[in-house]
Write a protein that binds this ligand. Structure first.
Ligand code: PGA
Length: 257
């Protein structure tokens, strides 16, 4: 964590809590967030709960993210949701290129880049996800893979003056209970920041780089303490109000120190 950037903690609910239970969870997070004035808190419910959760969090400092968007602005794209529609539903953020989208739904670097650009153009802040698979890590290709993924959307970030975020999520750490060690995470985060700096001077200091992959109450503090780790993208632990509350409390106490 670096005092020049506010920590950002994002709960990715994936395909859970799309109805009334989501609204209840959002209300709990909004209550917890009252005690963490130094932390930006975002929840990413499924599409069906976005508007209701946004309504529930109105007046709190919890903001809403969608988990995906269409790269197209409008038109005959049955089943797709545009950036403008997400803004209308009350979103400020959108997760783009999550590894599940890349692996299960065929999203390529080029598609991710188009989605990042579409979000920024409409005024929605992207949380662009990158990360290597276990095979890539074991083959010594972590830096090359993450660099390729980041460079794909770097131009879109550099062209915009909006505050986007990048989430580094090693694929082998998502939902597995394994995490990159804090030093391993820091190494990749520092490399990402260096690529941002090369691309545009203002981009590196303002872009928050989140770590994701089995972030839990017992490992959050050590990860967030690293210099270039500006927050966390939390999956499983964000579904439980106590665990998520504990992770945002860790960020608050580090920011207050
Ligand atoms: P996890 O998921 O915290 O359950 O590993 C993280 C993510 O997929 O964003």
């Amino acid at each position: 964590m670096n005092p020049s950037r506010r920590p950002l903690i994002v709960g990715n609910w994936k395909m859970h809590h799309g109805g009334p239970s989501g609204v209840e969870l959002a209300a709990d997070v909004a209550r917890h967030a009252r005690d963490v004035p130094r932390v930006d808190v975002v929840v990413a419910p499924p599409y069906t709960a976005l508007a209701a959760c946004a309504h529930e969090c109105d007046g709190s400092h919890v903001e809403i993210a969608a988990q995906n968007l269409s790269p197209e602005p409008s038109g005959a794209f049955t089943g797709e949701i545009s950036a403008t529609m997400l803004l209308e539903a009350g979103c400020r953020w959108v997760i783009v290129g999550h590894s599940e989208r890349r692996q299960l739904f065929g999203e390529t670097d080029a598609i991710v880049a188009r989605k990042v650009a579409a979000a920024l153009k409409a005024g929605l802040l992207p949380i662009a996800c990158v990360g290597e698979t276990l095979e890539e890590r074991e083959g010594g290709r972590t830096t090359a893979v993450v660099e390729r993924q980041v460079r794909a959307f770097l131009g879109a970030l550099a062209e915009s003056d909006r505050d986007a975020a990048i989430a580094y999520e090693p694929v082998w750490a998502i939902g597995t209970g394994k995490t990159a060690g804090p030093a391993e995470a820091q190494e990749v985060h520092a490399a990402i920041r260096a690529w941002l700096a090369e691309s545009s001077a203002g981009l590196a200091p303002r872009t928050r780089i989140l770590y994701g992959g089995s972030v839990k109450p017992d490992n959050a503090r050590a990860l967030l303490a690293e210099r270039d780790v500006d927050g966390a993208l939390v999956g499983g632990a964000s579904l439980d109000r106590v665990s998520f509350g504990s992770i945002i409390a860790s960020a608050e106490s580090l920011a207050a120190a």
